[in-house]
Design a protein around this ligand. Structure first.
Ligand SMILES: Cc1cc2nc3c(=O)[nH]c(=O)nc-3n(C[C@H](O)[C@H](O)[C@H](O)COP(=O)(O)OP(=O)(O)OC[C@H]3O[C@@H](n4cnc5c(N)ncnc54)[C@H](O)[C@@H]3O)c2cc1C
Length: 381
C-alpha cells in the first residue's frame, strides 16, 4: 500500500492547482452570481488537455490514469464546484462511454473534438418521471430506415443546453419483452432536439442544467452507441466510473470549506480572543479535517482499483456516499464557525453550503448508493 502520489501525478496536481487558483477562482463568484456558463474557462482547460483525460492520444487526448483525473477534479472543485461537475460529466459520462462502447467511426468523429474542448458532452438519462428508477424511461426510439425517431423528455441534463452532443438513453422496446434501453449519441443540432427549460437551482449556478424535449428527433442509425438493448449496461458502467468523480468534487468542495473556516476562526474575535482558541471551534475543525481525509482516501481507493482493472463499483458507491454526505456535514460546520456572516452572500461558505446539497442526490442518491453497496456485499457472502 502506497499513499504517495507518483511524480507525474504530483506535477499534474500542482499544475492544475496553480491554474485553478490563478484562473478559475478569481472568476468563479462572478460566474455563479450571473449564472454564466464558464465557456472560456472550458476552452482553456481544453487547451491544457484536461477535457481529454479519459481519451487516449490516438483520438487526440492525453489519457491519464483515473486517479489523476480525480486529483484534477478535486483541485478544480476547490475553485469552482460547478466547473468540476461539467468536466466530470464530459470526461466520465460522455468521452468514456464513446471510448468504451463506440465504434471506430464514432470515436474518430467525436473524441478528438471532445478531448480538445471543441465540443462539450452531456449525459441525458433522467426523465421527469424516472430518476432513481433510471431504466423506467418513457422516451422512445423507433427505427425508420437509416434513422431512429426519438420522442420524449429528458430532465436535469448537466450542460444540456450548452453541450454540442449528449449520450442519450431511450427505450427501443417496441413490444413487451423486446430490446429495452438503447444509448444514442445525439447532437444538439439534430432536427427535433429542443432545450425546453433551464432549471432554476439552489446552487451550482454556472453549471446550467436543462430539460430537453425530443419531438421526432431524427438520429442517424450510425449514432446508436453499442448494441440496441445495451443502454442500461452502458449507463450503469459509465455511472460507476463517474461517481468517483463526484466524490472528488465533494472532497474539493469540503476541503475549500474547511480552509475558509480555519481562516475565519483565526481572524474573528469574541470574548477578547480569536474564536480559534475555543475548544468548541477546534473540535469542529478536527472533525471536518478527519472527514475530508477519509473521503479523499475512499475516493483514491476507488480510482486506484479502477486503474488496476479490479472491480470497483462498490468502492465507487462507498466513496460517493461518504464524500457527498461528509461534505454536507463539513459545510454545515464551516458555516457555523462563520456565525451570522456565514449566512451572508459576501462569504464564500454561503455558496459552498448551497453547492454541496446536490452531491448526495445526483448520479444516484445516497439511498441508491446504499442499495448498490449492500447488493454487492450480500452477493459476496
Ligand atoms: C443539479 C442536477 C444535475 C443533474 N444532472 C444530471 C445529468 O447530467 N444527467 C442525468 O441523467 N441526470 C441528472 N440529474 C438527475 C439526478 O441523477 C436525479 O435527480 C437523481 O438520480 C434522483 O432522481 P429523482 O430526482 O427523480 O428522485 P427520485 O428518484 O424521485 O427520489 C426521491 C427520493 O426517493 C428516494 N428513493 C427512490 N427510490 C428509492 C428506493 N428504491 N429505495 C429507497 N429510496 C428511494 C430517493 O433516494 C430520494 O430520496 C441531475 C440532478 C440535479 C439535481
Amino acid at each position: 500500500m502506497n499513499f504517495e502520489l507518483t511524480e507525474e501525478q504530483r506535477l499534474l496536481k500542482e499544475m492544475i492547482k496553480d491554474f485553478a487558483q490563478k484562473e478559475i477562482a478569481p472568476k468563479a463568484k462572478s460566474l455563479e452570481d450571473s449564472k454564466e456558463f464558464p465557456r472560456e474557462l472550458l476552452n482553456r482547460l481544453g487547451e491544457l488537455g484536461i477535457l481529454g483525460m479519459t481519451v487516449p492520444p490516438e483520438y487526440g487526448g492525453v489519457k491519464t490514469d483515473y486517479l489523476s483525473l480525480m486529483l484534477a477534479l478535486e483541485e478544480i472543485s476547490r475553485a469552482s464546484p460547478a466547473l468540476a461537475v461539467i468536466i466530470c460529466v464530459h470526461c466520465a459520462l460522455f468521452c468514456y462511454p464513446i471510448l468504451r462502447f463506440g465504434d471506430e467511426k464514432q470515436k474518430e468523429k467525436y473524441l478528438p473534438k471532445a478531448a480538445k474542448g471543441e465540443i462539450l458532452g452531456a449525459f441525458a438519462m433522467t426523465e421527469p418521471g424516472a430518476g432513481s428508477d433510471a431504466t423506467n424511461l418513457k422516451t422512445k426510439a423507433v427505427r425508420q430506415g437509416d434513422f431512429y425517431l426519438l420522442n420524449g423528455t429528458k430532465a436535469w441534463v448537466t450542460s444540456g443546453s450548452e453541450a454540442e452532443a449528449s449520450i442519450l438513453f431511450a427505450s427501443t422496446e417496441i413490444e413487451p419483452g423486446g430490446k429495452k434501453l438503447s444509448a444514442f449519441i445525439v447532437e444538439r443540432d439534430f432536427p427535433g432536439f429542443t432545450v425546453s427549460k433551464i432549471e432554476e437551482k439552489m446552487g451550482l449556478h454556472s453549471s446550467l442544467t436543462a430539460e430537453i424535449t425530443l419531438e421526432d428527433c431524427k438520429v442517424p442509425a450510425e449514432n446508436l452507441l453499442g448494441e440496441e438493448g445495451n443502454g442500461a449496461f452502458i449507463a450503469f458502467q459509465s455511472l460507476d466510473s463517474s461517481r468517483i468523480g463526484i466524490a472528488a468534487q465533494a472532497v474539493g468542495l469540503a476541503d475549500k470549506a474547511l480552509r475558509e473556516a480555519v481562516n475565519y476562526a483565526r481572524e474573528r474575535e469574541a470574548f477578547g480572543k480569536k474564536i480559534a482558541e475555543f475548544q468548541a471551534i477546534q473540535f469542529m475543525i478536527a472533525d471536518m479535517s478527519t472527514l475530508t481525509d477519509a473521503a479523499r482516501l475512499l475516493t483514491h481507493k476507488a480510482a486506484d482499483l479502477k486503474d488496476r482493472e479490479k472491480p470497483f463499483a462498490k468502492e465507487a458507491s462507498m466513496a460517493k456516499l461518504f464524500a457527498s454526505e461528509a461534505s454536507n456535514k463539513i459545510v454545515y460546520q464551516a458555516l457555523q464557525i462563520h456565525g451570522g456572516y456565514g449566512y451572508s452572500r459576501e462569504f464564500l461558505i454561503e455558496q459552498l453550503y448551497r453547492d454541496a446539497r446536490v452531491l448526495s442526490i445526483y448520479e444516484g442518491t445516497s439511498e441508491i448508493q446504499r442499495i448498490i453497496i449492500s447488493k454487492h456485499l450480500l452477493k459476496e457472502q
